[in-house]
Every structure is written in structure tokens, then in C-alpha cells.
Design a protein around this ligand. Structure first.
Ligand code: URA
Length: 261
């Protein structure tokens, strides 16, 4: 167990254990030695692996995500739609939906990549170690967590914290796009590479994208958007906190200017 935990595996995919020794995938003949073996009792046919639900093919899921997200008139409706959406396989391995935290009327919105283990347990984004650093980053510009709105591109924890696949990201994208449109903040901050590349449509890495203002077009309004380092990255590489601090000061300045405009 310790080995698995260190490797990042801390959840089982099925509720019931499968005895794979009594149900081999390969025909016994393929495993048999060349010399004639003594007769064995017939094996039971292989049992199908237990699977709670099966997600549809990605193109079907992306289309139905677009359709569902478009019709959500409010954040509550969007959360309910996501909760009932079966198009992303991550839903079936996560414990729960991690939709958002903070103030839905916030002027500042942060978007991360995907929930981790702590978020999956609590059902709230950024509550683990990186969330604590995010809270301090928010406090550094004179705000509280309850003043801002926090969400992720992917609202379900990928098993073992693996990187979401491009298909999973594309399936979840219409929902976070609608979430941003409904919150309609003055400033959106993407945390780290994955959310920056996905939402700000760039292939550049965070070292190049961070600290540069771009317009994020919701379809109904242009929002000022800035990429900065993910707090988990800052925990691993604290020397970049100085640059993150510059980004935070820039965010505070734009919030101040737009409040007075
Ligand atoms: N990392 C993220 O990107 N999001 C969370 O909610 C937690 C950690």
C-alpha cells in the first residue's frame, strides 16, 4: 500500500475486487508449456471487469457537453447539469464533483487544472497545500478567499492525479467556458500551464505566457485575463514566487483601475 501511495495511486477503480488468477484473459493453451501437461479442470469463463458506467465516445460527449453547457441559465443550473453529465469518464472514478468555491459575483476569478485528492474528498477546489498557498496569494492583494471565485477546467479528480487526457479536457471545456461567462468577472487568472493553454488558446509554456494580459472572449464580453504560476509549482520552486508576486500586483492594479472606471 505504501508503494502504491507513493506512486500516486490512492484509489481503487472498482468497488469489488477481481480475482484475475481465477479468470485469466489469455487462453490457457497460450500459457501451457510445450510438453503435455496433466489434465486440468475446466476454468470458469472470464468475468467482465466491473464498471459502474461507460462514457460515450469523445466526439459525442464533446457535442453533448456543448449543448448542455449552452442551455445552463445560471451557475446552479450549470452545476446540476454537470452533476448529471455522464460524458466524461473521470466522473466515474472521482468521489464527487468539484464545481467551485467563493463568491459567484466576484470580480476576480481563478481557474486551475483539476482537483487533487483533498479537493475530491471535500468537494471544493484548492483546499489542499496548493490551496493554502493560493489563499495567501489572494490575501497578498488584500482580498479573502470568499471575495474571489475559484474553479478548475476539469471538475473531477483524475485517478491518481494523472494528467487529464486532451479528450477529457475538450469534454469539460464547454462547462468551464460557460462558468466563466456566468460569473462574468472583471479579471480572470489562469493558474499554471494546462488551464492557460486550454482557456487562453496558446501552446506557449507558462514561462512565456505568465504576466501578460490578454483578452478572454466569453462570446458576450471580453474579460482581462492573466496567466500566472500554479501554486503547486510555486511550492516546488519557491524562487518563482517573486514573479508571481509581480503578477499579483498587476492583478490588484487592474482591479483597482476597473473599479474606478
Ligand atoms: N490543483 C488544481 O489545479 N486545482 C485544484 O483544485 C487543486 C489543485
Amino acid at each position: 500500500m505504501a508503494f502504491y501511495l507513493e506512486a500516486g495511486v490512492d484509489c481503487a477503480l472498482g468497488d469489488d475486487p477481481v480475482d484475475r488468477l481465477s479468470a485469466p484473459d489469455q487462453p490457457v493453451a497460450a500459457l501451457a508449456p510445450a510438453v503435455a501437461a496433466p489434465a486440468r479442470p475446466a476454468l470458469k469463463p472470464a468475468a467482465p471487469a466491473p464498471r459502474a458506467e461507460i462514457a460515450p465516445p469523445p466526439d459525442v460527449a464533446i457535442e453533448s457537453a456543448r449543448e448542455a453547457a449552452r442551455t445552463a441559465p445560471s451557475l446552479e443550473a450549470l452545476r446540476a447539469l454537470l452533476d448529471g453529465f455522464d460524458g466524461c469518464a473521470l466522473k466515474f472514478t472521482a468521489s464527487r464533483l468539484v464545481f467551485a468555491d467563493g463568491n459567484p459575483q466576484a470580480r476576480l476569478m481563478f481557474v486551475g487544472e483539476a482537483p487533487g485528492r483533498d479537493e475530491d474528498i471535500e468537494g471544493l477546489p484548492f483546499v489542499g497545500r496548493s490551496g493554502q498557498l493560493l489563499n495567501r496569494m489572494i490575501a497578498a492583494i488584500g482580498l479573502k478567499r470568499s471575495d474571489v471565485y475559484i474553479a478548475n477546467v476539469i471538475p473531477w479528480r483524475p485517478p491518481g492525479n494523472r494528467t487529464p487526457t486532451p479528450q477529457e479536457t475538450q469534454i469539460c471545456l464547454p462547462f468551464i467556458q460557460r462558468q466563466i461567462e456566468l460569473v462574468n468577472p472583471d479579471v480572470m487568472v489562469t493558474l499554471g500551464n494546462p488551464s492557460t493553454q486550454t482557456l487562453l488558446q496558446t501552446r506557449d509554456g507558462i514561462m512565456k505566457t505568465r504576466g501578460k494580459w490578454v483578452d478572454y472572449d466569453t462570446g458576450t464580453r471580453k474579460i482581462k485575463a492573466l496567466a500566472t504560476f500554479h501554486p503547486a509549482y510555486l511550492l516546488r520552486s519557491p524562487s518563482y514566487k517573486r514573479m508571481a508576486w509581480q503578477d499579483l500586483r498587476a492583478i490588484a492594479k487592474v482591479l483597482d483601475a476597473t473599479a474606478r472606471a
